[in-house]
Design a protein around this ligand. Structure first.
Ligand code: GTP
Length: 295
């Protein structure tokens, strides 16, 4: 079989399951996942490899109308990602009714030259017979080049996505080295893994108010241990109290969860220190956004 290699953008409204798909397709975690919308803030490249195919997937931040400076930066990355892509996969969560968010994404993508395929995700949550009208509606309204129903979570039909997208990729020599999984530095990945635990353990009001920056990241090679110190920024003193929790119980949980997942990421023990600071305006603060890799 001829070699194929190209770039695919994963688009869709927040929470549609793009990061879950990407991690599963790669067999490694490169993009953090949570049940809160707008988890992905950056353009993350994850590389899929098999004997005949290499795909650079961009997991784009969810497409939405920008409000904060941070969201504007996110939208700029969405545009860049789309301009670089050979193909777009529009992820739609079919376990909820097709909504204005999906239409907004569709109209946004339709203005670009790039071919769009729809991935109808979360099929494990729906009754197969009942979902047929939704799939038909997607066909009729969005006219995608292809429509692939999958469950990113259980893996149902996930391999089919690779088979189908392969048809749209250019014939090309491989562009990535055999062991390249992502373009994200470990330091940035670590920051994201910590943020994932904050999203996981805290309640609704907090998630989007929190940012994580790494203050120091040292690998003591001889001892075989990483020493990481990070700051969690929140917008209000009340949020700081939430992150700390009663007698520091919440921050202890976040720290322990993060330490464990960092150990897996870095493959060595990790000493982790976390500080929580209030900065009312971090979402409009260029220095912090710079640290977050998103400006
Ligand atoms: N049941 C089920 N849940 C899923 C599936 N795919 C994703 N999820 C869940 O949906 C939530 C959102 O998944 P993500 O992968 O973070 O979604 P995303 O599209 O990357 O979201 P943003 O980063 O906000 O753009 C998580 O709780 C996932 O576990 C699926 O196929 N079935």
């Amino acid at each position: 079989m001829e070699k194929k290699c190209g770039y695919i953008a994963l688009a869709g409204r927040p929470n549609a399951g793009k990061s879950t798909f990407l991690n599963a397709a790669l067999g490694e975690k490169v993009s953090i996942v949570s049940d809160k919308p707008q988890t992905t803030r950056n353009r993350i490249l994850g590389v899929y490899h098999d004997d005949t195919t290499q795909i650079g997937f961009f997991d784009l931040p969810g497409i939405h109308k920008p409000k904060h400076a941070m969201n504007r930066v996110m939208m700029r990355m969405v545009h860049q990602g789309l301009d670089d892509a050979d193909l777009v996969l529009h992820f739609i969560d079919v376990s909820v009714p097709l909504g204005s968010g999906d239409r907004f994404v569709h109209e946004f993508l339709a203005k670009k030259e790039v071919p769009v395929l729809v991935v109808a995700n979360k099929m494990d949550l729906v009754n197969k017979a009942k979902v047929i009208p939704t799939l038909e509606k997607i066909h009729a309204d969005f006219a995608p080049k292809d429509l692939i129903p999958i469950s990113a979570k259980t893996g149902d039909n996930r391999d089919r996505v690779i088979e189908v997208v392969r048809n749209y990729l250019p014939e090309s020599d491989f562009l990535f080295q055999a062991d390249t999984l992502t373009d994200q530095p470990l330091r940035f990945m670590s920051q994201e893994f910590i943020r994932e635990k904050i999203l996981h353990y805290t309640r609704e009001e907090l998630p989007h108010a929190a940012a994580v920056t790494i203050e120091s990241f040292t690998h003591h090679e001889e001892e075989g241990v990483y020493e990481i110190s990070a700051v969690i920024y929140v917008e209000k003193a009340t949020q700081r109290r939430i992150v700390l929790g009663k007698q520091g119980q919440m921050i202890a949980k976040i720290r322990e969860g993060a330490r464990r997942s960092l150990r897996t990421l870095l493959d060595q023990p990790v000493h982790l220190e976390l500080y929580v600071k209030v900065n009312e305006n971090w979402r409009n603060n260029d220095a912090i956004l710079g640290d977050l890799n998103i400006n």
